[in-house]
Each structure stands twice: as C-alpha cells, then as structure tokens.
Design a protein around this ligand. Structure first.
Ligand SMILES: C[S@@+](CC[C@H](N)C(=O)[O-])C[C@H]1O[C@@H](n2cnc3c(N)ncnc32)[C@H](O)[C@@H]1O
Length: 197
C-alpha cells in the first residue's frame, strides 16, 4: 500500500499561507489549486476555510498521493483531485479563486505564461489568484539562499528558475490580472495576489 507523500516545506509554510488565505479568500467560494504536489496544502486549508470549496489538481502522476491526503483530511469541502496540466485542457468554472505554490520556478517560462493566461480566462470578475513562492525583484534574488536555490534549479534544468516578479506581473496584466498585494512570507518567499478585473 502506498504511503502518503510528504513535503517538509509544506509543513513549514502551511500555517503562514493559511493566515493570508483566510483574509484574501474570505469571500471566495470555489478555489482551484494548480500543482497540488503532495496534497498537503489542500488537506490543511480546506478544513480551516470551511466557507469555500477547495479543488486540488495536478499532473496525473501526483493524483494518487493527493487522494490519500484528501482521505485523511475527511473535509466535506475538499474535492477529489482532478488532472490538470496547465498547457492542456482546463476544467470548467466557475472558480473565483486560484492558488498555486512553488510551481512558477518549476514550470518553464512559457508554461508560466500559459498558467497566467488560463487564470485570466478561468477566474470570474473579481476572482483572485494567490501565487506563492520565491521571486526575484529587479532581476536580483532577495537572499543568498534564493540565489543558491535558483542556481540549483538552473543546473538541473535550464528551463527552471526563480521568476522575476515584474515579468510575472506584466504577463498577468496582459490577461486582466492585476496585483493587489505582495505579501512577505517566511523563508524569503512571497504570496502575490492577482485580481481579475
Ligand atoms: C515543487 S512542486 C510544488 C507542489 C506543491 N504545490 C507544494 O507547494 O509543495 C511543483 C508542482 O508543479 C506541478 N507542475 C509542473 N508543471 C505543471 C504543469 N504544466 N501543469 C500543472 N502542474 C504542473 C508539478 O507536478 C508539481 O506538483
């Protein structure tokens, strides 16, 4: 039998992210999570945000683990995970919330652009995309550890790497998504809030 996949980073960041989502998603009804990974985030957020429906998604290989975390959370507002590669067919809405953690530096830049385009198409007016992870500002890392992480990613695959905050905001704006908040998070991460006009 498969064990639940585990990410220590998710355990470390889940409460800090939840504190922001409780405010940013306070009137949100349906959230699509992109790149759920292990599924730990949804299993923590859904029971703590009972006013909304949390819809996890990821590429097919991650769905079995996400299902295990969903089963253990037993939260009525945590939906069964669905397959979503952002370069392919997106689910039908309506969704007034999107969440994605630690995906933009893993996806090649054209895939990040596609994620932002899809977000602009999927979200209803006033809907918000909360995008968590490390970002560079003015082309510079915000810490020595982020510089090391960026170099580590690029050594593995030159399509990966920490994204520029300004480039993300520019592409988001092309798709009707406007930055309303840039939250400082622990461990040199950020949580960007992009609202659909
Ligand atoms: C570093 S993991 C982050 C997982 C989780 N969100 C977290 O914070 O631990 C990156 C995730 O992005 C997903 N991903 C990569 N490319 C993707 C794509 N084209 N469409 C959807 N998800 C993708 C991977 O499958 C993986 O789950």
């Amino acid at each position: 039998m498969m064990n639940k996949p585990f990410s220590q980073a998710c355990e470390n960041n889940k409460d800090a992210i939840l504190a922001i989502l409780a405010s940013e998603f306070r009137t949100t009804r349906r959230v699509l999570e992109i790149g759920s990974g292990t599924g730990q985030h949804g299993a923590h957020f859904a029971p703590n945000l009972p006013h909304l429906l949390w819809q996890p998604s990821d590429r097919a290989e991650n769905l079995p683990g996400i299902r295990l975390w969903r089963n253990s959370a037993a939260a009525p507002n945590l939906a069964a995970p669905i397959e979503l590669d952002v370069t392919r067919q997106w689910p039908d809405g309506p969704f007034d919330g999107l969440f994605s953690a630690n995906t933009a530096h893993i996806m090649p830049w054209p895939v990040v652009e596609r994620m932002l385009e899809g977000a602009g198409q999927l979200l209803s007016s006033g809907g918000r995309f909360c995008l968590y992870g490390p970002f560079h500002y003015g082309g510079q890392p915000t810490s020595a550890s982020n510089a090391r992480f960026d170099a580590f990613l690029r050594a593995q695959d030159d399509q990966m790497g920490i994204r520029d905050f300004e480039a993300v905001c520019e592409v988001a704006a092309e798709h009707g998504l406007h930055l309303t908040a840039d939250h400082t998070m622990p461990a040199n991460n950020r949580l960007l809030v992009l609202v659909r006009g």
